[in-house]
Write a protein that binds this ligand. Structure first.
Ligand code: BGC
Length: 544
């Protein structure tokens, strides 16, 4: 780790409800994470990004916050949080918390007050309330769509029982958007930042960091938010990626910089890649997820383009790339890569969908990951990917909880399949996640990936991740340089970083290692290198 620790950090995403359950209620909790700190220490992570654990009615698994400065009783107490920070610190691990500033829960006391206070009140001005269109105000104020299906506005009933104003929610109706035009919202979030900074957090992952401010003329934008933030004519969406965001992030940076310990922010900004650097200027956020590599298929040219794009786009501001392959919103990459080339994906897989080739998926996932982990920059790991965990692709509808499943009438799978509780022990009830239950059922395929099985097998994915992180640190790859190796066969891609040649073979055939690497020492491999050949769908690190 360098002094700017985040530049080359390995950051492990904990999704609290599914990591480890200490009290046996079937829901992961903060004491569960504290107990597993030795595991994370041995894995070699520098920081944990903790998905929301604040008070919430859990309509969007905690991304609907009702109290930004308290722990939800499902997960424990503030004292448990302090214990977690202390345990992490003992292992040299920082804790980054999720900050959700675009919207609160409709159970937030400010939203309840806004409903009660009525149109035109200062309380209502903390959120985006507008009168409806049409003579009776029956039509929503704009045609904007919610990420979770349907229109992004909900009409309220006023205190006197009459149909009233509409409020904006870019996500579920239970997630009203804050009005960032109101200085009181700024003041409130500054106090939230300080609350967690005072408690010793290492920083924040900023949820939908490209939203928050909306074009105050509220123009038409009939496109689904998932299709990108520009239309066919190149017009930018009125609710995303606005210039007003940047003074806000500069102010937050000033606050972080008042604290010792190089506190950081990472943006979840789903913007076109050429605009990400705007969030990463030296006086704004430290990092922003690079989603291009994650979106790329397992194909040399596509992987190269994604990596080049990351370096080109961040170069003007000197920000490191934040490489990522899986998170709690996407199909686990060990499953995604088990589908034929050209397959398109939603956020999950239904039992009625074509099912993946699990072995091929895992083999490719190990290769794509090993290839990514040699790059300069920070790397993010989603809990369970170090076990080679697959998506739950046959989860029955009755268990699915993600709002888009219900709001789409079951046609969208939603994201539950990547959120299933982790397997710790192959032969314990609930695979050792809990003594009493599991909020989503775990598939049988998890047994072979349980942490105890993986720890005992020298060639397991867990041991591959451990060795990779150790060597990455030892060789300073995270703060190294990246130079493509020319002249490799089609489908083979490689680069050199600080004396390590990182090569991936994305073809379905073994490929001879080219000179000068034919007899090079093999430092790490996703499949053993034999007879100077890189196996099909595999990657290796070689001494260069
Ligand atoms: C989070 C999602 C969440 C959404 C609304 C994101 O992008 O990662 O899990 O549903 O923001 O907060």
């Amino acid at each position: 780790m360098t002094q700017e620790w985040w530049r080359d950090a390995v950051i492990y995403q904990v999704y609290p409800r599914s990591f480890a359950d200490a009290n046996g209620d079937g829901m992961g909790d903060l004491p569960g994470i504290t107990e597993k700190m030795p595991y994370l220490g041995a894995l070699g992570v520098d920081a944990i990004w903790l998905s929301p654990f604040m008070r919430s009615p859990m309509r969007d698994a905690g991304y609907d916050v009702a109290d930004y400065c308290d722990v939800d009783p499902l997960f424990g107490t503030l004292a448990d949080f302090d214990d977690l920070v202390a345990a992490a610190t003992q292992h040299g691990i920082k804790l980054i918390v999720d900050l959700v500033p675009n919207h609160s829960s409709s159970e937030h006391e400010f939203f309840k007050a806004a409903l009660a206070a009525g149109p035109g009140s200062p309380e209502r001005d903390l959120y985006v309330f507008k009168d409806g269109l049409g003579p009776e105000g029956n039509e929503p104020p704009t045609d904007w769509l919610s990420h979770f299906e349907g229109i992004a506005w909900t009409r309220v009933t006023e205190a006197d029982g009459t149909p009233g104003q509409w409020y904006l929610h870019l996500f579920d109706p239970s997630q009203p958007d804050w009005n960032w035009e109101n200085p009181k919202v700024h003041e409130y979030f500054e106090s939230v930042l300080r609350f967690w900074l005072d408690r010793g957090v290492g920083g924040f992952r900023v949820d939908v960091a490209h939203a928050l401010f909306k074009d105050q003329t509220f123009p038409s934008w009939p496109h689904h938010p998932h299709r990108g933030n520009v239309d066919e004519a190149g017009n930018r969406a009125p609710q995303f990626d606005r210039d007003e965001l940047h003074p806000l992030y500069r102010r937050w940076r000033e606050i972080l910089d008042e604290y010792e310990g190089d506190r950081m922010m990472v943006a979840e900004a789903s913007v076109t890649p050429d605009r990400l650097w705007r969030y990463l200027r030296a006086d704004e956020m430290h990092e922003g997820f690079n989603f291009e590599y994650m979106k790329a298929p397992f194909e040399a040219e596509a992987m190269k383009r994604a990596i080049d794009l990351g370096f080109e786009n961040n170069a003007p501001v000197g920000a490191p790339n934040s490489w990522v392959l899986s998170n709690h919103d996407a199909i686990r990459h060990a499953t995604k890569m088990g589908y034929p080339a050209g397959t398109t994906f939603g956020e999950g897989i239904l039992p009625s969908d074509p099912q993946p080739d699990a072995d091929l998926g895992l083999r490719r996932a190990r290769a794509a990951t090993l290839f990514m982990h040699g790059l300069p920059g920070a790397v993010y790991v989603y809990q369970g990917e170090e076990l080679g965990l697959p998506e739950h692709t046959t989860l029955a509808g009755e268990f699915r909880q993600d709002p888009s499943f219900e709001r789409s009438g079951g046609t969208r799978a939603g994201r539950d399949g990547c959120r299933v509780p982790l397997p710790w022990q192959a032969s314990a009830p609930y695979y050792g996640f809990s003594s009493g239950g599991s909020w989503l059922p775990q598939p049988e395929s998890f047994a072979a990936h349980a942490a105890d099985v993986e720890a005992a097998a020298p060639d397991s994915t867990l041991n591959l991740y451990r060795s990779t992180f150790a060597l990455r640190k030892q060789r300073g790859l995270g703060v190294g340089t990246h130079a493509w190796i020319d002249g490799l066969p089609a489908g083979v891609l490689g680069y050199v970083n600080n004396g390590v040649a990182v090569i991936v073979n994305t073809t379905g055939e073994a490929q001879a290692l080219p000179a000068p690497f034919t007899d090079a020492e093999v430092l790490l491999a996703s499949v053993a290198v034999e007879g100077g050949h890189l196996a099909a769908d595999s990657a290796a690190w070689l001494a260069a």
